[in-house]
Design a protein around this ligand. Structure first.
Ligand SMILES: [Zn+2]
Length: 119
């Protein structure tokens, strides 16, 4: 079975990292418009905003990490963190769950969404 999901914390981290890159690309593009002061300023500001946003996301990961439950993965025996009802091991991508009812079932990220709707 192909495991296309990755651990949530890793996913957010990838997102934050891509924001940094996007920010730098936007600022780099601004250099091409250096003849036009205003356009360049707008590009620089957008790039800055993107980098600031990534800092915020990184901060948010830190907050999430403290709330995540630390467990030892039964598959690779390394400590990993679970966010929500189902998540994946950060090291071997083994699907993990805190809910006994879901044990043995196929990994589905929708379990997290269903729980959110009920609350
Ligand atoms: Zn593992």
């Amino acid at each position: 079975m192909a495991r296309k999901y990755s651990s949530k914390i890793n996913k957010i981290r990838t997102f934050a990292l891509s924001l940094v890159f996007v920010g730098f690309i936007i600022m780099y593009l601004g250099i091409f418009f250096r003849t036009n002061m205003w356009v360049m300023t707008i590009f620089m500001l957008l790039g800055m905003l993107s980098i600031i946003a990534s800092t915020v996301v990184y901060f948010w990961i830190g907050m999430l990490s403290t709330k995540a439950i630390q467990v030892v993965c039964p598959s690779c025996e390394k400590p990993t963190k679970i966010l929500g009802r189902v998540d994946m091991c950060m090291h071997c991508r083994e699907p993990l769950t805190l809910d006994r009812n879901l044990e043995g079932k196929e990994f589905d990220e929708n379990y997290n969404r269903k729980k959110m709707n009920m609350e």
